[in-house]
Design a protein around this ligand. Structure first.
Ligand code: NI
Length: 162
């Protein structure tokens, strides 16, 4: 396993549409393990998407405090419910947060590390993290929802980042 440097906006890989994973083989499992280790190495982290470590493939990991890590390959949101305003940050846009709208609850499907199909129903921070990381796979960043970059606020590094 290895900690991989996190790519920072405006690196082009963050704007690419990531490719679907065809087979969850050893190289994908190594990518997953490296992503988990990289995520855990960052204080305040909540999730990480493969493009953030420079790999344009549809893989995300989520590490909400007090909950088991979630690994999703080829994740898709199948349902969004409700709407709420949240402060959101991103490991690829360090030191800032912005206020955007997110779903209250989402249903997501994807495959786990062993290729088994899994479905997750999530609320609040976990739902926010899933939406945020899946958007990374489409080259979308939360700042895209702000009227302008002037709406960003500076934060301390240890605050939650997605
Ligand atoms: Ni992010």
């Amino acid at each position: 396993m290895a900690v991989i440097p996190i790519r920072v906006f405006p690196e082009p890989v963050l704007r690419q549409k990531a490719k679907r994973v065809r087979t969850i083989d050893g190289s994908i499992q190594k990518l997953i393990d490296d992503m988990i280790e990289t995520m855990h190495a960052v204080p305040g982290r909540v999730g990480l998407a493969a493009p953030q470590v420079g790999v344009s493939l549809r893989v995300i990991v989520i590490g909400v405090p007090e909950e088991e890590d979630i690994i999703l390959v080829n994740p898709e949101i199948v349902q969004r419910t409700g709407e709420r305003l949240v402060d959101e940050g991103c490991l690829s846009i360090p030191g800032y947060i912005g206020e955007i709208k997110r779903a209250v609850s989402v249903k997501v499907k994807g495959r786990n590390r062993n290729g088994k199909e899994i479905r997750i129903t999530a609320n609040d921070l976990l739902a926010q993290a899933l939406e945020h990381e899946i958007e990374h796979l489409n080259g979308v960043l939360y700042i895209d929802y702000l009227e302008s970059m002037d709406k960003l606020h500076k934060i301390e590094p240890e605050e939650a980042q997605l």
